[in-house]
Ligand binder design. Structure first.
Ligand code: NAG
Ligand code: NAG
Ligand code: NAG
Length: 193
């Protein structure tokens, strides 16, 4: 229900100002080791802000997004905004060693980009090694007008599909690279709101 309020907020900003000024949406993402308990078992995974799945980014078309990433975890990391067109900001796209060097442990980086002329529900995820298995979340770009290209939804509920591994996902990928075999598979599929 938060999202419906948000789309109304987008429409309101259009009505209340002839300039329909775009907002700056700022987030702080602390990448960190987190103990979670699923299926009665505790395990340590890397998360953003201790959340699994990670925080949702909700914006209106045309907004500027700034994400301050503090890497307090043990691994090099980058973040990718999957499905967001990086118009005039390709350096903010996130693939490790493609558009940027990784964010080293105990260092930080600020991603800054605009979501101009694009709408929809996509996701963000880690783009270094296999950290995306646990470092991901929804990225929702609401229409600035508050008008959907289909009848107004009664409710919006983002569903995040994922899977859960018994071991540290970095150990699994390292093991697969050493043996040349396939990586161990996950033991559960997850659907989370
Ligand atoms: C985080 O967890 C990993 C894997 O369990 C461990 O190797 C590392 O030492 C931990 N780092 C910190 C800073 O807690
Ligand atoms: C993003 O939008 C702001 C405000 O319109 C503008 O000043 C800035 O140049 C834009 N940045 C990019 C990378 O397009
Ligand atoms: C992968 O699975 C094999 C077989 O069950 C197990 O011996 C191995 O320890 C697992 N590797 C990791 C990194 O968990």
């Amino acid at each position: 229900m938060k999202l419906i309020e948000f789309s109304l907020a987008c429409a309101f900003s259009l009505l209340s100002s002839s300039f329909a000024s775009a907002a700056i949406v700022e987030h702080t993402f602390r990448v960190q080791n987190t103990t979670i308990k699923r299926f009665c078992e505790e395990q340590v995974i890397v998360t953003v802000n201790g959340l699994f799945p990670g925080p949702t980014i909700s914006v209106c078309e045309g907004d500027t997004v700034i994400v301050h990433v503090f890497n307090e975890g043990p691994y090099d990391i980058t973040l990718h905004w999957h499905g967001v067109f990086q118009l005039f900001s390709p350096w903010a796209d996130g693939p490790e060693y493609v558009t940027q060097c990784s964010i080293r442990p105990r260092s930080s980086y600020a991603y800054k980009f605009n979501v101009t002329q694009q709408e929809g529900t996509v996701w963000w995820h880690a783009h270094a090694s296999y950290l995306r298995a646990t470092v991901h979340g929804a990225f929702i770009i609401q229409p600035r007008s508050g008008q959907f290209p289909f009848p107004k939804p009664y409710k919006q509920i983002p569903l995040i599909l994922g899977d859960l591994y018994k071991s540290n996902v970095e150990d699994i990928t390292t093991e697969a690279q050493i043996t040349g075999g396939g990586p161990n598979t996950s033991f559960a599929f997850t659907t989370m709101v």
